[in-house]
Design a protein around this ligand. Structure first.
Ligand code: NAD
Length: 282
């Protein structure tokens, strides 16, 4: 029976540690870290995510600058807000909540955020640095996944890792981070010919698709580490992941629950990135 990789508990430890560092840093004259949250439109899920992020900011003692704009905001208006945040010295991290309403050019908006304030790690410069294995602000969900794997104590060196999903925010960056830790990595996607066979080979499985229970329990290799990134809402309103948790738990050595696995770690890493953006390595 798998042990639970408890993202809620680990994220709480990370936040506690950040809170202590912030209090100590401010005492010795470092600036209070500031995170700007930019929310455009009225997507209900986005409102919930931003609420959690703002609450986490307060908890660790960051300043939060919150910008809320209507769904009919133009590209120019949004870019000029981002420009203001880029030049505001009290703002160290900028998060633009995705998805943006139709008509806004997401790629151009992400590129407009200063790479030095790119708390989400989505700027092409930061993504390029990750590809080259250089220090940079890295995407939060993959950072959270790496912390969870580290907490399991499993050494990735030489292990076979399978990533299901190839998005720029999860699939591709997590594949690069696993590679950096010397795993042998496969990336699967919607055109993969035999997903079950790929998953069966995985010592470490990362599922980041967004389809409830796409990954069947019997596909999981005995003793595998299973990280479920997917967030899917069922008809009864409950949340579930991309992996059939009950059956997979019978075979995996470690598994993340949904909710309470990767989600809380994503927010903790957003805070951690903001602190790095504010203070560098101080
Ligand atoms: P996305 O929609 O950008 O990408 C989904 C990927 O899944 C694509 O690369 C696609 O090729 C692949 N895919 C689709 N159908 C497939 C199939 N049948 N077999 C194999 N691969 C298939 O998704 P994303 O933004 O990476 O998010 C993925 C999931 O993770 C979503 O449920 C999202 O809500 C969740 N998510 C959670 C967090 C968190 O903090 N927990 C953060 C980001 C995303």
């Amino acid at each position: 029976m798998a042990r639970i990789l408890d993202g809620k508990a680990l994220a709480s430890q990370v936040r506690q540690n950040l809170k202590e560092r912030v209090a100590e840093g401010i005492q010795v004259g470092l600036p209070q870290p500031g995170l700007a949250t930019v929310l455009v439109g009225d997507d209900p899920a986005s409102h919930v995510y931003v609420k959690f992020k703002r609450r986490a900011c307060d908890e660790v003692g960051f300043q939060n600058f919150h910008i809320e704009l209507p769904a009919d905001t133009t590209q120019g208006e949004l870019l000029s807000k981002i420009d203001e945040l880029n030049t505001n010295p009290e703002v160290h991290g900028i998060l633009v909540q995705l998805p943006l309403p139709k008509g806004l050019d997401e790629a151009a908006v992400l590129q407009a955020v200063s790479p030095l304030k790119d708390a989400d790690g989505f700027h092409p410069m930061n993504q390029g640095a990750l590809m080259q294995g250089k220090q940079s602000l890295r995407p939060c969900t993959p950072l959270g996944i790496m912390s969870l794997i580290e907490a399991s104590g499993v050494d990735l060196n030489g292990k076979k890792a399978v990533v299901v999903g190839r998005s720029n925010i999860v699939g591709k960056p997590i594949a690069l981070m696993l590679l950096e830790k010397h795993a042998t990595v496969s990336i699967c996607h919607s055109r993969t010919a035999d997903l079950a066979a790929e998953v069966r080979a995985a010592d470490v499985l990362i599922a980041a698709v967004g389809r409830a229970h796409l990954v069947q329990g019997q596909w999981i290799k005995e003793g595998a580490v299973v990280i479920d990134v997917g967030i899917n809402r069922l008809e009864d309103g409950s949340l579930t992941g991309d992996v059939d948790f009950e059956k997979a738990s019978e075979r995996a050595s470690w598994i993340t629950p949904v909710p309470g696995g990767v989600g809380p770690m994503t927010i903790a890493m957003l805070l951690s990135n903001t602190l790095d953006a504010a203070w560098g390595n101080k």
